[in-house]
Design a protein around this ligand. Sequence first.
Ligand code: ASP
Length: 191
Amino acid sequence: MALCDNMELVIPREKERLYKAQAAERAGLPDETFSGGVDARSVDSHDTVGAVALDRHGNIAAGTSTGGTLNKAPGRVGDSSLIGCGCYADNLTAAVSLTGWGEPIMKLVLGKWAVDRVAAGASPDEAAHAAIEYLFERLGGHGGIILLDRDGRVGLAHNTPRMAWGLRTVAGVEIGVIRNWGSVFCSGRTG
Ligand code: ASP
């Protein structure tokens, strides 16, 4: 794969967001990043992409890619790259990928927590919802989760305003955006 220059990834919109966050920090204003309620980052949307997959041989896999959080400390290692936190897979149980406020996800080792619920008998749907509830109840965290077990059952949950998702099976492709606000569930298209 041809690598691009890192500077090609720096765009004016994101520079502006960063400078605004840094100015707010200098002014001693509260950090609104994932701080609960309708936070700026949730509304502006996130760039984390997660995938879980199961092949015909029963191999299960998870991947998570992110730009991290706005105004992060230099050298911060987020949940996405920590196995068991934002990403985890085990052929015997399930695969999981998470997005959201990484610090609480890391403290709770939430990916492994959710997969352990599946190992204990919960469906991926139950485990996904339990994980997001646990994230909020324990640490006031916000995020989203996708889960896939070794039988191909899926679970999706989030407590951010929305989370786009897509599902591909032998039967076809389904794409949707679940919105928490107003409980609208759109499937078959994004937006
Ligand atoms: N979880 C990521 C992080 O904290 C951010 C995100 O999902 O948008 O680095």
